[in-house]
Every structure is written in C-alpha cells, then in structure tokens.
Write a protein that binds this ligand. Sequence first.
Ligand code: SAH
Ligand code: ZN
Ligand code: ZN
Ligand code: ZN
Ligand code: ZN
Length: 446
Amino acid sequence: ESGRGLGSGGLALLGLVPGAPRCPHGPALLFVKTNQGREEGRRFYACSACRDRKDCNFFQWEDEKVSETRLAVREEYNRNHQPSFTHRQNVERYKDFVLLPFSKRRFCQECQQLLLPVEWEKHSAHQFLCDISTTQLKSPSQLLYPLKNKKTNAQYLFADRSCQFLLDLIIGLGFRRVLCVGTPRLHEMIQSKASQEDFRIRSLLLDIDFRYSQFYTEDEFCHYNMFNHYFFGGEAAHETCRKFLYQDNGERVIMVTDPPFGGLVEALASSFKKLMAMWKETEKGGHNNQEMPMFWIFPYFFESRILEFFPSFSMMDYQVDYDNHALYKHGKTGRRQSPVRIFTNLTPSMIVLPVEEGYRFCAICQRYVSSGNQHCEICNSCTSKDGRRWKHCVLCKKCVKPSWFHCNSCNCCALQNHTCEKTDAGCFVCGKAGHKRSTCPSLSHT
Ligand code: SAH
Ligand code: ZN
Ligand code: ZN
Ligand code: ZN
Ligand code: ZN
C-alpha cells in the first residue's frame, strides 16, 4: 500500500517543492511515512487536494524515474480531467441562460449544470429542476448539492444565523472587501447584497468547486486549490486576485476561510501565507508591519496547530453553526455544541459576540467569551475551549474539561476510561503525547 490516507498518523507533509509533478489539481505535495516521529521509507508525491484515491490516484515516488512516454500520458490525462467547459464559456452560457423565459430555464441535477434548450435532449434521462428563478441563480449554494465526499471535499454550509453574524461583524469592523476562500455561502450573501443600493461591499470567491463558475464572472470567482495555492486559471486568475487585494481608496480587505477540517494545517497555512504576501505586495511598504486581516474558521482542537503557524492569531469563543452538519448545528432539543471557531489576527476585543446568544465580555481577558466560560483566577484567563465550564487541575497547573480526571500514571488529566498507553509520537490532532489521533481527548465530543 502506497502512502494514502494523508493526514492520518504516521505521515508527514514535507510540502510543496519546486518542480513537483502535477496531477489535475496542480502541483502534488511531498510526503513521507514516519515512525515515532522519524522519517521512514521513501518520500513520495501525492495529490494535494484529494485524500481519497477514488478522487485522484496520483502517486509518484520522489526518486522515481518517469519515462517520457509516461509523462506524455500524464499530461494528456491532466488535460482530459479539466472541466468540460471553461470559466469563460460558463460565463457566456449564463448570459444566454438569463435571457431565457422561466419556462425554459432548466438545471440538471445529475450533471449539476444549467442547461440551454439545445442540450435538453442529451440530459433527457436525467433529473432536472425547472423554472429556475433569479433568486435561485443568486443562491447557487442552495441550488447545487453540497459535495459529500467525506475525505476530499465535504462541504459544510454556514447556517444563515452564522453567515449573517460573520457579515455583520465584517461590515461593523469597517471592511469593504472580502476574499472568500472556500466560503461560497458568505460570498453569495455578499453578492446578493451588493446588488442592493448603498451596500458597498465586494467579494471574490476562491474555491476548488468549479460548479460555481456557472454563476460568477472571472472577477467574482477563481478556481483555486488552497492546499497548494494553485490558480487553475493561471496568471490571469492570479492577477484578478492581486487586483482584488489592492486596497484603493481605503477599502479595507479581510480574508475569510473555512477549509475542510480533514485538511493538512501546514499546507493550508503555507497557502494562506502566500495570499497574505500577495496582499502585502499590492501596496509597497504601505502596510508597514501589518498582516492581512483574516478569519480562519476551524475546530478549536486545532488551536495549537494554527498558532504554531500564525502566532499572532487568537481563537474566539463564537460557535460557528452549519446547515447540513448533523453534529455541528443547534438542535431543537438541547443545543448541540459546535466545535468550530473563528481564529483571527484582529484584536480580540473588537470581535463583538452576540449577547442575546449568551456571550459576555470578560474585562480581564479583554474579549467576548461563552456564557459557560468562567474566568479562572489561577490561570488568569477564561480557559474553556468548548463552551462548557472547565475546572482547574492543580497538578497539571491548568484548566481541563469537566469530564477529565487527573491520571497519576499518565501524569496528566484525561477521560476516566482512557488507556494509559505511552506513545512517543505526539497525537496528530493536539500534538500531545500519550495518545493517538483516534483516542484524542479533544475529539471526544464527536
Ligand atoms: N462554510 C462555508 C463552506 C465550507 S465547506 C460556506 O458556507 O460558505 C469547505 C469549502 O472549501 C467548500 O466550498 C469546498 O468546495 C472548498 N474546498 C475544499 N477543498 C478545497 C481546496 N483544495 N481548495 C479550495 N477550496 C476547497
Ligand atoms: Zn445531465
Ligand atoms: Zn485554571
Ligand atoms: Zn491534571
Ligand atoms: Zn493514563
């Protein structure tokens, strides 16, 4: 078995290296198997975007000699695995589509494609929707079904409440441009408001889901892979992004991203740093030592991983809710707590969380916290990560989850029924020793 199952324990990402071979998703990433924290075995390249070989089975040993013939076959394969229409063609198709009377506006659910009358025949055996309204065209995230592939591209769409909260927050903070990286629903909310009067806020969506190119122009959407910072549209798309980041007449920019959680944090961080660098370069020296403002939406148990790459970030207590995620949304009976949070490089006290939802301001920590998050006198901070009240352990010298107990053989707090198993390699999720990813205490609620 060659090294698939990327991101699982025992595999280390070496990153994006110059001259890496390409799959249909852009340059592949270099990986190596590890054992007890040490590299073991041959290094290999694998697809950056797909962690399921069903979606992209690209694989190549680092030191493998690839023949000219195989290279040619690969190039041919990469070309054939591009979408059937280009973005430009899709934009033209859209123009034709909106000229059709409602009775002729069809959307093929199987192909996830807007159909022009000449194409009906070809899709006659497919399920389709009729009378596509302007409202439907303005909310593609409702029209398209969320991609469900567990490993590669699961799409979890913001609940309206959370999306509205994010947008209000962004506007309240004075931003006028939003770079939406993997946040189609936020983009859509901004786009539909942008068409209203006195709403001067613009957004650009970067996403790997090419279906969105049917609904947005090249200035509104770029086909982009956030694991290798690859613009499928080449230099022109790069330039679109660069232009968008250029803050003329003081229109401040913020980037909002909500990547797939199974993703490799280091690959994401490296792409986001490149986007930040792009922002910095747009105005030579104009930003002084500032960073592009950013909201990175991710589960709280990745806090230490994110801070490793972005020490200026802090985690907000706000619980981001999703429409189609059974675990992560507000239930009718007893609220199911979402583990998803906002990480930001903005000053925490500026991120005002809704008091009606129980958040309060902690004057000592100078930030808004969950109602259950008690300020610990010993730690001198509001220590809860999951919204429940945490308790202080004098032996660990820190606050821990309410369900944890101090274990003398592990010399730390853990769930009562944990197995005292020492492993040298740290856990993939929290980085701590003593357990593997599968038994990580921070994942215990899911
Ligand atoms: N909550 C967001 C959606 C987050 S789901 C919203 O409602 O707007 C994750 C998003 O990241 C999806 O839109 C998905 O298409 C996108 N995505 C997944 N893998 C990606 C990749 N490699 N590069 C860029 N975008 C990706
Ligand atoms: Zn079809
Ligand atoms: Zn404490
Ligand atoms: Zn303890
Ligand atoms: Zn133990």
